[in-house]
Design a protein around this ligand. Sequence first.
Ligand code: ATP
Ligand code: MG
Length: 173
Amino acid sequence: APLEVGQLVAEVVDHFRHAFERPFSVEVPPDGVWMLGDRDRLEQVLVNLLENAHKYSPAGAPIAVRVERTGEAARIQVQDHGIGIPGADQAQVFQRFYRARNVSHRNFGGLGLGLFISHSIVKMHGGSLALCSREGEGSTFTLDLPRMAAHEVRRLPRRVLVLDEDRGQEASA
Ligand code: ATP
Ligand code: MG
């Protein structure tokens, strides 16, 4: 179904703001970025990325989330200033049960499934998920999802498009 990415991201980040004492910032384009997708699954991807950013960052370190429109994509970036991922592990973190060498069950719990699941959901949507990270400095995950073109958005029913006055409410209300 059609969904506005900025609104979805803002909602998920708000949940994290309420759950954790940490500065979360979110930047979304004011005029919306639309895509076709499975809202619940995409929400799960965002939750996984934000959970990681939170889990692998020291208390109080800020997490920044940005949504932007690129040529063909709705781009979502989640940036943290946490432990980072060693270069030698970066290519493998999307594999099932893979955990980087700088994490252990003693310091950070986890199964190594979040990114594997997220990556499959993103692929199902025809998108990509990439990371840029430096051990000891932090990580940025970049999620690109095929977005709707302006002329496709214009063809959406009006009731779907009503969202801007009331971000945070269902776009289709
Ligand atoms: P879970 O299944 O509960 O999500 P997990 O967090 O270990 O467990 P993934 O989310 O799949 O598993 O992440 C895989 C690995 O990638 C992690 O174990 C960790 O080594 C690394 N990783 C992922 N995100 C980050 C991050 N933001 N900062 C540092 N390391 C990360
Ligand atoms: Mg995880």
